[in-house]
Design a protein around this ligand. Sequence first.
Ligand SMILES: [Zn+2]
Length: 439
Amino acid sequence: MGRLTFWGACGTVTGSLYLLESGGKRILIDCGVYQGLEAQKLNQTFPFDPADIHYVILTHAHLDHSGRLLELVRDGFRGEILATQATLELLEIILEDRLHLEPHLGPRELAQRVLNLCWPFEYDQIFDMPGQIHFRLRDAGHILGSAHLELWCEGKKFVFSGDIGRQGTPIIKDPDPPQEADYLIMESTYGGRRHPPFSLAKKQLKLIIEQARRDKARVFFPSFAIGRTQELIYFLNELIEAQELAPLPVVVDSPMALKVTRVYARHTELYDEEALEKLARGDQIFSFPLLFSAASIEASRRIEELTPPYVVIAGSGMVTGGRIVDHLKRHLNEPRTYVVFVGYQAAGTPGREILKRRPKVKLDHQLVENRARIFKIEAFSAHADHHELLAWLGRFQKVPHQIFLTHGEDPARKALKEAIKEHFPTRVQTPRLGESLSF
Ligand SMILES: [Zn+2]
């Protein structure tokens, strides 16, 4: 008998955490932090003893899938952490950043203690664990190194989708879905919603920046350091080098994003054909005239000396912390400020409040008037939308026996559940926190 328990991302898009118990082994799939409402409380303790866990398999490096490894190791986990090489390189950056932002979690060395337990693992290789458990990772096309997990135990096959990427995402390859599963644990972030195609992101980016130039505006992109920032740079590089956009100062104001971009630049073996062709032609895909980076605080402060128009790309993506908060504290009350959202804004985050155009927004314990022009480029999502999720599922040769929808707010889960039931003859469930499946 085995058991799978849903310990996170049930009705939310953060806090991914699943516990699989089989043959005396206890395996966590992802170990992510909650963000947004009640996050601190939810992140505080685990519903199991971390010392009893043997393995953690990470689908990808995003904080909401990996960040709680710090608490896990702090609270006694001594097992092994398995993930792709790119995921582990990104993980180091993620964990160091989290410790920097939340020093109460532990000393800086805690990140190193996590990394000492990590083992890299390539796509498509089978890994045999004790207890007759095997697993394999496949490219999920979401961010660099992201994976779908296939796991076999007790004669059953599980697939954990992780976050499902989109066809046509720049730089990285498209998702490579598995062919069959008895149990599929599937994300549903954008159930019931549709994204414009990724190519539209570039067009909108161009229009917004042209308008900002006319308005002499400061343009702020609250951006996730991983994936989104590199995509922004990649598109700006394309626009500027094709002379579709005249150069203007673009500052990547995030030491973390700069480190991540170096990881992206290193792993060309994970690129799609388009990016590889650019490289072959000698194009530096993360570099263009007037692109600056602000690694130090001093460099960040000097952005204030620039004469608008200019562009700042800074974290965090949901304005919950990081340098974007300082920029918006100073400039959110100005009508010639543009805030351009390029990623998901979870309920309860300042990003969501700004996006909803609340007249006043709390930033770092301070109420700031919101007079900025607010934009959202929907096409930038790194997550499959409703139709792309169904298309991803449609690529299975055999319909999974049972599907569990996680990693989505309840309306999204419900919409996807109904659509799956309409198109595929299978059972679909939307598990609550702490629910489990015996197999
Ligand atoms: Zn993700």
